[in-house]
Design a binder for this molecule. Structure first.
Ligand code: FAD
Length: 429
């Protein structure tokens, strides 16, 4: 086998020229695209999977965290889910939702706002001009290789794929060894009686995690120890539950080999857990697995360098900024990279702190914005702001800024200085 081959250069047709292109249709990408379109920008959203929503839908997350102090699009999504009976606030600290209803709602929001969506299409390259400005992104799909042109681009791929392809600097994993947080594969379950299962269902009422400990003990008693030692069971509606019970350690979300290995192992493990619980009988006797996520949940990818890096010190001190786009109220949440341990928070205690708009502006490419978990921050800060309430808020801010830049012909860094106050979509109270 030779180590390298050379691919012949080829002409690629340019499919569209729009104001704003958003790469990745997860919570951050949806928010960015809808906000840009509502500001009047012609907007294209490119998503690799067959639905939008990212970890909310293909990842079957089922729980929105750190959303309560966010108005704007986050509040709109929550109220529209509740209006169709597809979501409820779990009393304290989480909005539970029905995964299928979320898929449909997000698609409807995209269509209503006039976004052009391209599903089943992966961003695989970026073209820049002599000034370093991004001119086109290149995609691969069933239609082959295609190029798409825009004034402003938003990287909402979670892993910073577009930024990396465009030549941005980034960090990945812990500074000492590059390890990232483990991955987990979500599972939907049915066949449980609402009254009988209550002691195992995560309630979010102030308690000491008794339901999670009961679930772990029940699994152990049945004969299986899950790789995630703080397993969680959520009730989505009458007879539908979501469970997270596995940890895939030592794998990277930016390696296709790692993703493949982790997915195969995780799907095997969660099936074994369900079979073992069912075999234990009693309240679990009719347990059935409805679905596993089409995409394993990746907690951590590239953290792209921005004009500002949110740091551990910001989190500890509760840093405020004049250009805040939202306030994070979620704690540091590091799932342990060590097998046999659930968390590794390193004693870091967060106070509520701000995400500044500068953390969404790529340092190395002038017309590229960042949204969601790939924004600019260090390992510890990322473990706190990564949850989806903040992903939506950063997406909304990036989308508004992108549309205004495209309309005014100004760069994000020029415009952000002038219009900071109109870009605060989310309550900072
Ligand atoms: C197991 C797990 C449990 C979690 N628990 C919670 C929780 O309970 N509540 C909570 O709020 N948050 C939770 N989080 C955190 C949260 O899910 C993420 O940080 C959040 O998804 C960030 O949103 P995002 O839009 O940045 O990324 P993602 O949801 O990852 O979306 C990225 C999107 O981009 C697409 N994409 C990626 N690369 C490309 C490409 N090259 N071309 C085209 N499209 C691409 C993906 O398919 C995806 O749709 C959890 C995360 C994991 C993994």
């Amino acid at each position: 086998m030779t180590n390298f081959v050379r691919e012949a250069s080829r002409r690629i047709s340019v499919c569209r020229d729009v104001d704003v292109i958003v790469a990745g249709g997860g919570p951050a990408g949806i928010a960015a695209a809808v906000s840009a379109a509502r500001e009047g920008a012609s907007t294209l959203l490119v998503e690799q999977h067959g639905c939008v929503g990212g970890v909310w839908t293909t990842g079957m997350l089922s729980l929105i965290l750190d959303f309560e102090n966010k108005n704007g699009l986050m509040a709109e999504i929550v109220s529209r889910l509740e209006a169709r009976g597809a979501g409820y606030n779990n009393e304290r600290g989480g909005q539970v939702y029905d995964v299928e209803a979320m898929k449909l709602l997000l698609e409807e929001m995209c269509v209503e706002s006039g976004i052009e969506i391209r599903l089943h299409t992966r961003v695989c390259a970026a073209l820049t001009d002599e000034t370093g400005k991004l001119t086109h992104l290149v995609t691969e799909s069933k239609s082959g290789r295609e190029a798409w042109q825009a004034e402003i681009f938003v990287d909402a791929t979670g892993d910073g794929d577009l930024a990396a392809q465009a030549g941005c600097g980034f960090d990945l994993g812990r500074p000492e060894d590059g390890l990232t947080q483990p991955m987990s594969l979500m599972v939907l379950l049915t066949g449980l009686d609402k009254q009988q299962i209550a002691p195992w269902v995560h309630s979010f009422k102030p308690n000491d995690g008794i339901e999670k400990r009961s679930l772990l003990q029940t699994m152990k008693n049945a004969g299986i120890t899950p790789s995630y030692l703080s397993p969680i069971l959520l009730q989505l509606h009458d007879n539908l539950y979501a469970m997270m019970a596995n940890h895939e350690c030592g794998v990277l979300g930016v390696s296709a080999d790692d993703l493949t290995r982790a997915t195969l192992r995780a799907r095997g493990e969660v099936n074994r857990i369900v079979e073992t619980l069912r075999a234990s009988g009693g309240v679990w006797g009719n347990l059935k697995l409805v679905a596993t996520g089409a995409q394993i949940g990746v907690r951590e990818g590239r953290r792209v360098h921005g004009l500002y890096e949110i740091t551990r010190e910001d989190v500890i001190s509760g840093k405020r900024h004049d250009d805040a786009v939202c306030r994070v109220t979620f704690p540091v949440d590091v799932h342990s990279q060590k097998e046999g341990k659930a968390f590794d928070h390193g004693g870091v205690k967060a106070q509520s702190y701000d995400i500044p708009l500068r953390a969404l502006i790529a340092r190395d490419v002038p017309n590229l914005l960042l949204a969601g978990r790939c924004i600019s921050g260090d390992f510890w800060a990322h473990s706190s702001y990564r949850v989806t309430g903040n992903a939506v808020a950063t997406g909304q801010a990036a989308g508004v800024l992108a549309a205004r830049c495209a309309a005014n012909g100004e760069s994000p860094r020029e415009l952000a200085r002038q219009t900071v106050h109109q870009l605060q979509p989310c309550s900072t109270v």
